[in-house]
Design a protein around this ligand. Structure first.
Ligand code: IMP
Ligand code: MG
Length: 207
């Protein structure tokens, strides 16, 4: 990868809806590795429990976990926020709850992106009520200037402009999660312009 000029990093992913690259693959990998190393230092001697918020955080969590040189556990939770395709309403519903008991655990919520911050605020309240020994948040992306809720983020990857992005776990109607970089989404080009999407019966599939 290192010997390829930047323009080739999105080669093979040509799709009119994939706009400019916001964070490329190398930057992502380097930052995720740093975040993992920082977490390993901060939690030395403890076995943190990573709580991934499905589905968006799955790619980030799998890279992050491998960068944390500590014994750790993972669990997942899926939430659905009512709203339009690209805006949340703040009303969050748990679609899949955790399997593990959080009592006495050092919990790290792993989130893909903080937009309004409403989803995270809800999750934090919900998990704090389960008596963890500590609760921290690790978010890969923070959209600048959009948080309506004050956030205390122990670990943050990148601050990005307030536009809709896809890739590295983030989707539009379930597409683009497998892009190895973060790119702006060009709504005008139409989702899945290259390959038509099957119709989805979901009320909302944002997370
Ligand atoms: P919030 O509650 O407004 O902070 O929204 C958080 C959730 O909305 C994230 O976990 C994502 O699932 C989704 N989301 C917010 N912004 C984007 C984006 O730019 N691309 C894809 N999903 C997004
Ligand atoms: Mg989503």
């Amino acid at each position: 990868m290192a010997d390829l000029p930047p323009i080739h990093r999105s080669a093979g992913w040509e799709d009119p809806a994939i706009g400019r690259i916001i964070v490329d693959e190398q930057e992502l990998q380097a930052r995720v590795r740093q975040m993992g190393e920082q977490i390993a230092l901060d939690y030395a001697g403890r076995a943190p429990l990573l709580v991934g918020v499905l589905k968006g955080a799955c790619v980030f969590l799998s890279d992050l976990a491998r960068a944390i040189r500590l014994p750790l556990e993972m669990d997942f939770m899926a939430v659905s926020s009512y709203g339009s395709a690209t805006r949340t309403s703040g009303v969050v519903r748990i679609v899949k709850d955790l399997d593990l008991d959080l009592t006495g655990r050092h919990v790290i919520i792993v989130e893909d992106i903080v937009d309004s911050g409403l989803t995270l605020a809800y999750l934090r309240r919900n998990l704090a009520a389960r008596h963890p020994a500590s609760l921290a948040v690790c978010a890969l992306l923070i959209k600048e200037g959009l948080q309506t809720v004050d956030q205390d983020l122990a670990y943050e990857g990148f601050r990005i402009p307030p536009e809709f992005v896809v890739g590295y776990g983030l989707d539009v109607a379930e597409r683009y999660r497998n892009l190895p970089f973060i790119a702006a989404y060009r709504e005008d080009a139409g989702v899945g312009a290259r390959s038509p999407l099957p119709s989805s019966g979901h009320e909302d599939d944002r997370p």
